[in-house]
Design a protein around this ligand. Structure first.
Ligand code: ADP
Ligand code: MG
Length: 565
């Protein structure tokens, strides 16, 4: 029990660091069990992993706040933020060598994600955190360790986990908020919508490096034509812009807020915390941002819907390259998104290849169709919707050609959206110099690809995956660059993708499953046994946040040694 732990810590004072190893085990404290799962090998190594395991009875959080998955995620998120805040409030600088005496827990951003940092399951609440076991040089600071574990930690736990001490109102509100957000996302389809942006939302962020809301921003106000009112489960009524299925064009002068609107829709696949400004900006869960990503690796992707007749007769139904161009990378990104499944594509001119997006009448006249490998997106966007049910919201500020195919045209005017559909359609009627609608061929079927096991078995002892920040994963000696994934929002999602890739190659791949099916297997496993269950961490897996299937598959596709059957 804890008395023994205290004695041991005192007796360790001044001993060599490796003696800490013997602390591994579980200790009974007054209100919880402290599990020391993994002890670091030196003061500079990643901190030691621990858990506080508490009975629900002692914790006191009512069961009705956690009796569905969405509620559970909302409460876990709330407790993680609390714990993080209490750590920051208590003294948390290094008291010796390396990270001595510091406590860490996963840091949550503006999104509310499914995480492993706090697990609420059955009649237990478990907090997974890390601690730098204190030392001066390689000498154990036993008294300091005692102080942290017996004074500082219990205070943090008391204030951040015990229901009596929580801001009960805020906790309840967060649960209600998540339920409202999930409700909106669920009824989008019923209403024939792909996204919703509530009036009063704050779209722009504080800065390029801060995801907090901009102060004094122009609040969102829906054009009348798109305004709908929703009654939420909480009883609240909320009005805003419902973006219908089909093809929606966002136009407007430079700097009038087009990209900001699209970025908010990209993030609308996630739920956001109160005061974020985007709480009620909700998009289809499977919406995918499509961008050009030149230089990326492409492995046997069917891009023939967009690119054909390449020089030297290169086959574009199973197109491979180690260095894709702007247009081929964007075509591959669309084709892959269709493979994993999506109902909404989001495209911004700022990050698109022009020749992928448009080809105007004059150019059509000059360059014969047979000499141009690219069928631009403008000639496929309608087919994508008609044949595959995939809607598109896209920004094109520099060309009116899309007026032909758009169902709706929204103009951003000093950050305020206006409906200009009628005007755009009129301009189309009057225009004499029209482009030719090109394809008489049909958009080919989506081709599912089967990844081969041998793609992953070439690193021997180095056969490990590890996240390096948010935008790269190291697998063996291969760096997987995922910086093109704009809808990845959290370092812990990248950690999770690393763990998932490991699980994917060891437990799922079988030369029969397509990438999409294999990914589904992993998500089924997580759904059934929890996010913990796919991890092979030493100690607890406290730093995982669930990414979407779209980001997981996209990461696999960016692995340069991927081989396809
Ligand atoms: P566009 O894509 O139309 O060129 P952006 O979306 O990039 O324009 O926005 C231009 C600038 O305006 C950005 O710095 C952005 O932060 C700011 N901005 C966007 N929306 C708002 C708003 N509603 N209120 C205040 N500033 C905004
Ligand atoms: Mg822009």
């Amino acid at each position: 029990n804890s008395k023994e732990l205290e004695k041991i810590l005192f007796s360790m004072d001044g001993k060599s660091y490796s003696a800490y190893k013997s602390l591994k085990g579980e200790y009974k404290f007054e209100k919880y069990i402290l599990a020391i799962d993994h002890v670091q090998s030196d003061p500079y190594a990643p901190p030691s992993k621990m858990r506080v395991i508490m009975d629900r009875k002692i914790c006191g959080i009512p069961y009705e706040l956690t009796d569905t998955k969405d509620k559970n995620i909302a409460v876990s998120d709330f407790l993680t933020r609390n714990f993080y805040r209490e750590i920051q409030k208590s003294r948390n600088d290094s008291i010796g060598t390396g990270g001595s005496g510091r406590i860490f827990i996963d840091r949550c951003g503006q999104e509310i994600l499914e995480r492993t940092s706090v697990l609420i399951k059955g009649d237990k609440v478990e907090v997974r955190f890390e601690m730098g076991m204190p030392a001066r040089g390689r000498r154990i600071m036993g008294k300091a360790a005692q102080k942290i574990i017996f004074e500082q930690l219990p205070k943090i736990v008391e204030k951040s986990i015990i229901y009596e001490n929580l801001n009960k109102m805020a906790l309840k509100e967060q649960v209600i908020l998540v339920l409202d957000q999930e409700y909106i996302r669920k009824i989008l389809k019923e209403r024939g919508l792909v996204a919703f942006v509530a009036n009063g939302s704050v779209l722009p962020r504080e800065s390029g490096i801060s995801d907090r809301p901009m102060k004094n921003a122009v609040k969102f106000k829906s054009p009348e034509k798109f305004e709908i009112t929703l009654k939420l489960p909480s009883g609240k009524e909320i009005s805003g812009m419902g973006i219908p299925k089909g093809i929606t064009l966002i136009v407007g002068g430079g700097y009038h807020g087009k990209s900001t609107l699209l970025a908010a829709l990209e993030r609308g696949v996630y739920n956001h915390i109160a005061q974020d400004g985007r709480e009620f900006i909700i998009s289809e869960l499977d919406a995918v941002k499509i961008r050009a990503e030149d230089g990326r690796n492409v492995e046997k992707v069917n891009i023939s819907g967009f690119i054909n007749n390449l020089p030297q007769n290169k086959d574009t139904r199973a197109f491979s390259t180690e260095n894709a161009s702007g247009s081929t990378s964007q075509a591959a990104n669309v084709a892959e998104a269709l493979e994993y499944g999506t109902s909404l594509l989001l495209i911004d001119e700022d990050t698109s290849a022009t020749n992928f997006m448009i080809r105007d009448g004059r150019m059509q006249k000059l360059v014969a169709k047979e000499k141009e490998p690219i069928t631009p997106f403008i000639d496929r966007v309608k087919e994508l919707y008609d044949n595959f049910g995939v809607s598109t919201i896209l920004i094109v500020g520099g060309s009116g050609d899309y007026f032909d195919v758009a169902n709706h045209v929204i103009m951003m005017d000093e950050y305020v959206p206006k409906d200009v559909t009628e005007k755009a359609k009129e301009i189309v009627k009057l225009d004499e110099n029209k482009r030719e609608f090109s394809p008489n061929d049909k958009f080919q079927e989506v081709t599912q690809r089967i990844p081969l096991k041998k793609s992953f078995s070439q690193f021997g002892k180095l056969d490990k995956t590890k996240a390096k920040g948010k935008y790269s994963i190291l697998y063996g000696k291969e760096l997987i660059d995922i910086s093109g994934l704009e809808q990845l929002v959290d370092d812990s999602q990248t950690n999770c993708i690393a763990v998932m890739i490991d699980y994917f190659k060891n437990k799922v791949l079988d030369e029969k499953l397509t990438l999409s099916q294999a990914a589904d297997r992993i998500y089924e496993k997580i759904e059934k046994d929890g996010l913990d269950s796919i991890s092979s961490y030493t100690g607890h897996p406290g730093n995982l946040a669930l990414p979407r299937k779209q980001e997981f598959c996209a990461a696999v596709n960016r692995y340069r040694k991927l081989k396809i059957k």
